[in-house]
Design a protein around this ligand. Structure first.
Ligand code: ADQ
Length: 487
């Protein structure tokens, strides 16, 4: 039970995220099929057993007709999901525009798009208005379903206005907000025309969480420098009201991966891969096809390695599985063509009649295929990444092979897996190429030592522990605030 003596097992948790954990496909006027969609947040929260969790979010489809909306609402209720219906224009301006074209690149240090640099440009203003409107629509749905005592947990950069909207409805609501991306240096955040409004809206929450202490520190600095509020060891204070700010590093459901390695289907996949790549070492990349993941840089580093190490050319292969995302945003289309072009050029340069050095797939893989793939050496070269769960999943699948993890120092995971991984600056292609050589030649003793360190971390800092820690801290924060007011 929490500080307030309330047993957690009976507490309801409303998880609010832009996307629901299921994808909906319309089969008829009133018929829908639903599929659980994979992803970090989904697997993290599916493992939480202490709370009675409900999800609130957008189902990823436009449903303009009332009958369709009613049917989908009913189908989702069976999965404990509650939909927020967003029309096409809002999705375009709020999701593709403000979220994915402005906040996402800015929070990953890629800057603001040129045409949006001025606060006065019409697209910026209308996208920001749509962002606030969408956040208000999420708040309306939360408010309709909220019951006294519920905990409301808002997720990610899509919903920075939600804490403010919720507290305007009901100042007693327990509201937490967690950011899955990095929070950038205050010097980056201050370039954003809506910088102050966003910070104030987030500060309406009782508890604000980040993956690392650095991100939390950047957030507190932004609040002190931009808003003039006071930063304390506990968080951010303004006129006697404290918003607690802390680091809650996410994890994975490691047991799920470890158990999957025993499944016959996965064993078959592993054997198939061994046959296919017999006599060659396999380096693995698994990413969403996104500019933050540093995929072109990784491939260029691999090219450099092949260039400098002719002996390895027919003994090593890079398997890059890159699932396309946000395919209607032009920047992502450009990235896809760029990656294809580089892969084609390198395969033309180093391939033979029977083999190519890079196998690049634009697709997602199912869970079992992914587990089988994880049983090799991994290259995670994100230019920036909130945490990076792929690196955790790789470690969880390595207990027999003790594969080497080459990890970007700009991924949040570098702070937890840094001692076991080979850390690299992904912008330095020469350094990454040298690390590939180092991983390929590493002694079994060193691999074992590094793997032990990371495996212990991944299996003890799990997704379930992450979620439970955040929610119990939120409960405690609210009780402490009430005690402070009474004193
Ligand atoms: P993402 O940017 O999506 O998450 P990540 O943390 O690596 O990055 O999670 C990706 C998930 O998708 C993993 O579970 C992975 O297995 C899966 N995945 C990726 N490519 C796949 C493929 N080709 N086929 C099948 N599955 C694939 C955001 C932040 C991260 C943060 C998480 C969680 O950007 O930094 O770690 O949220 O907070």
């Amino acid at each position: 039970e929490g500080l307030d003596g309330r047993p957690f097992s009976r507490q309801r948790l409303l998880v609010v995220a832009n996307r629901l954990p299921v994808s909906a496909v319309r089969r008829g006027e009133e018929s829908w099929s639903l599929e659980i969609s994979a992803g970090g947040l989904v697997s993290a929260l599916l493992g939480v057993k202490e709370f009675e969790a409900r999800w609130i979010g957008w189902a990823g489809v436009n449903v303009p007709d009332v009958r369709g909306q009613e049917a989908l609402t009913k189908a989702l209720a069976e999965k404990r999901c509650i939909p927020v219906f967003l029309d096409e224009d809002i999705v375009h301006q709020y999701y593709n525009g403000y979220c994915n074209n402005i906040l996402w690149p800015l929070f990953h240090y890629l800057g603001l798009p040129q045409e949006d640099r001025l606060a006065t440009t019409r697209s910026f203003q209308s996208q920001f208005a749509a962002y606030i409107k969408a956040n208000q629509m999420f708040a309306d749905v939360v408010n309709q379903h909220y019951k006294e005592g519920d905990v409301v947990w808002c997720h990610d950069y899509h919903l920075m206005f939600l804490p403010k909207c919720l507290k305007e409805y009901n100042s007693e609501m327990k509201v937490g907000w967690f950011l899955h991306t990095p929070f950038p240096s205050s010097e980056i955040h201050r370039t954003l025309p809506s910088r102050s409004d966003l910070l104030r809206a987030v500060l309406a929450a009782d508890l604000v969480g980040f993956h690392t202490y650095d991100y939390a520190r950047h957030f507190v600095s932004a609040c002190t420098r931009i808003l003039g509020y006071e930063g304390t060891p506990e968080g951010v204070e303004n006129q006697g009201r404290l918003t607690r700010v802390a680091a809650f590093p996410i994890g994975i459901d490691s047991d799920r991966f470890i158990r999957a390695l025993e499944v016959p289907q996965v064993q078959d996949h592993i054997r198939e891969l061994k046959d296919t790549f017999a006599g060659r070492k396999v380096m693995l990349g698994v990413d969403r096809l996104d500019m933050i993941k540093g995929i072109p840089q990784k491939i260029l580093a691999f090219e450099k390695f092949l260039e400098e190490n002719p002996d390895w050319r027919d003994k090593v292969v890079l398997l890059q599985i890159a699932v396309p995302t946000r395919t209607d945003v032009p920047e992502y289309q450009k990235l896809t063509s760029q990656v294809h072009e580089i892969v084609g050029r390198i395969n033309g340069r180093f391939g033979t009649l029977t083999t190519v050095p890079i196998h690049h797939l634009d697709r997602s893989l199912d869970f079992h295929a992914l587990c089988a793939l994880y049983a090799v050496t991994a290259l995670v070269t994100s230019l920036r990444d909130g945490m990076n769960l792929v690196s955790y999943e790789f470690v969880a699948c390595q207990d027999s092979k003790k594969g080497v993890l080459i990890l970007s120092e700009f991924a949040g995971a570098a702070q937890s897996l840094g001692a076991g991984a080979v850390l690299v600056n992904p912008w330095n292609i020469t350094e990454v190429a040298a690390s590939i050589g180092r991983a390929l030649n590493m002694s079994p003793e060193e691999r074992e030592k590094r793997h032990r360190h990371n495996f212990a971390h991944v299996t003890t800092h799990t997704a379930q522990e992450w979620a439970e820690t955040f929610v119990s801290e939120l409960n405690d924060t609210v009780v402490e605030a009430q005690l402070r007011i009474r004193q």
